[in-house]
Write a protein that binds this ligand. Structure first.
Ligand code: HEC
Length: 118
């Protein structure tokens, strides 16, 4: 994924605000997070972490709920494991940082699992 910030910035601001609002709604409104994550395959530990921390924004099938940038279905073909770990650690434009919420080991498990989603 390439972000062309300089040219697209003014156009993307309303979208970012909308996405932020949707993210808040997703966080506030999503009580039951254990629904249909049965389609996810791979490390059970990583999937448990994903279900606990990420599903509210990235959806039970990884398709993403807060815009195209939150679609993780083929994230492993766009980002290295290291880049994914960095995104989880530091967060993004909208995504919160997990540096203080997850251990380095948990972040590594998530990054390893996501890097296999291609
Ligand atoms: C509050 C909503 C929210 C939560 C919670 C969240 N994310 Fe995100 N995530 C986003 C958004 C929105 C993006 C798109 C980039 C941005 O705006 O930050 C994103 C982007 C990403 C990306 C980069 C995708 C790309 O193609 O650039 C990865 C990897 C990722 N998230 C993993 C995770 C993991 C793993 C967790 C759980 C530990 C998580 N996210 C929790 C909202 C969230």
């Amino acid at each position: 994924m390439t972000k062309i910030r300089s040219t697209a910035m003014s156009r993307t601001v309303p979208w970012k605000l909308l996405a932020a609002a949707l993210a808040l709604i997703a966080l506030a409104g999503c009580g039951s997070q254990s629904k249909s994550s049965a389609s996810l395959e791979g490390s059970k530990e990583a999937i448990a972490l994903y279900n606990a921390r990420c599903i509210s924004c990235h959806a039970s099938d990884l398709s993403g709920k807060v815009g195209p940038d939150s679609d993780l279905r083929t994230v492993g073909s766009r980002m290295t494991k290291e880049a994914i770990a960095k995104q989880i650690t530091n967060g993004g434009d909208i995504m919160p940082a997990f540096a203080s919420k997850l251990s380095a080991d948990d972040i590594d498990k998530l990054a390893d699992w996501l890097s296999k989603q291609q």
